[in-house]
Design a protein around this ligand. Structure first.
Ligand code: HEM
Ligand SMILES: *[C@@H]1O[C@H](CO)[C@@H](O)[C@H](O)[C@H]1NC(C)=O
Length: 321
């Protein structure tokens, strides 16, 4: 396998000093599986495409899974682990419970990839590739996914509850949550643009349509029709009311019209420091696309991911080996 110049330098330094040089984290590389599983990427793509052609919303669900994975312990597929005491599952954190979805599709991808290259491709990398393929499948941007992550042997429901953004986080809280992970305010605004597709349950936007501010009156009455003030928590509404199934920059146009569905959406355009970024993306689809792609690559580096001999390559994504 071809060595990245930096990994070669680290390798030599490690031999020289006979201990692991803490300054060289193994690099993720788009070519990581080129020799060890040359058909990995095409196999993943074909399963993802089929799943999305069956159900368009699956694209949204898969992009969200990668985000929720990376924000808790880094991008290590910790979100995929089922609860086996004493391990608690991130799936049961309130931000995921009865809401995170797409696990079956990831399991399906994993079993297909295990058939061609057993024990080689990590679940964490599958999540990252699935997110990119999902974006492309619904008209969003593409990017080269860096690979070589390994899977965690741990997960924690309480950690996920603390680490995933909350429904009522204000702008500064969101900015600092992203900045702790090496993502700046532009990345926050670009990544939130994933809400150009997918759906949210009434329980997540009820407060906003009954007691929220900075919201369009017609939008309020439309959304109240399928979201009563009590009950119906899982009644779904599109995050982007205009083009719910296409990846585009309508999300930002909605925010300018005060038609953001979630508090965390509208807070990006409510007079604060991110207003001008929202305006820019609403006027310039290409600038949103290229920033979204770059921010997804950055998000894939959160952790930093487990590499080398850390963690493991799970045989099935929902359980440790
Ligand atoms: C900035 C803080 C964020 C908050 C507070 C937030 C919150 C939420 C909530 C409450 C939902 C609806 C869940 C449900 O009712 O089932 C949702 C859906 C979604 N989120 Fe976010 N989100 C944030 C950022 C992001 C980011 C950065 C991404 C991806 C890069 C993302 C991707 C998605 C997608 C695609 C959906 C739709 C999922 C589906 O239809 O299955 N979100 N988000
Ligand atoms: C809205 O505010 C009123 C008055 O404070 C309160 O009684 C009601 O429960 C709130 N509704 C929602 C959906 O938050």
């Amino acid at each position: 396998m071809e060595l990245h110049p930096l990994s070669l330098a680290c390798f030599l330094a490690t031999i020289l000093f006979l201990f692991l040089n803490p300054h060289c984290e193994a690099q993720l590389l788009p070519t990581f599986y080129d020799q060890t599983c040359p058909n990995a990427l095409t196999t993943i793509r074909s399963v993802i495409r089929t799943a999305i052609s069956r159900e368009r919303r699956m694209a949204a669900s898969l992009i969200r899974l990668h985000f929720h994975d990376c924000f808790v312990q880094g991008c290590d597929a910790s979100i995929l682990l089922d609860a086996v005491p004493p391990l608690t599952s991130e799936k049961n954190a309130p931000q995921n419970f009865e809401s995170a979805r797409g696990f079956n599709v990831i399991d399906d991808v994993k079993s297909r990839v295990e058939n061609i290259c057993p024990g080689v491709v990590s679940c964490a990398d599958i999540l990252a590739v699935a997110a990119r393929d999902a974006s492309v499948a619904v008209g969003g941007p593409s990017w080269a996914v860096k690979l070589g992550r390994r899977d965690s042997t741990t997960a924690s429901q309480s950690q996920a509850t603390m680490d995933l953004p909350g429904l009522f986080d204000d702008l500064n809280t969101l900015i600092s949550s992203f900045s702790r992970r090496g993502l700046n305010a532009r990345d926050l605004v670009a990544l939130s643009g994933a809400h150009t597709i997918g759906q949210a349950g009434c329980g997540t936007f009820r407060f906003r349509i009954y007691n929220g501010t900075n919201i369009d009156a017609n939008f309020v009455s439309t959304r109240r029709r399928s979201c009563p003030s009590i009950g119906g928590d899982r009644n779904l509404a599109a995050l982007d009311l205009v083009t719910p199934n296409s990846f585009d920059n309508n999300y930002y146009k909605n925010l300018i019209q005060r038609k953001g569905l979630l508090e965390s959406d509208q807070v990006l355009f409510s007079g604060g420091s991110t207003n001008n970024i929202v305006t820019e993306y609403s006027n310039n689809r290409d600038s949103f696309y290229s920033d979204f792609a770059a921010a997804m690559v950055k998000m894939g580096d959160v952790g930093p991911p487990l590499t080398g001999s850390a963690g493991q390559i799970r045989k099935i994504c929902s359980a440790i080996n």
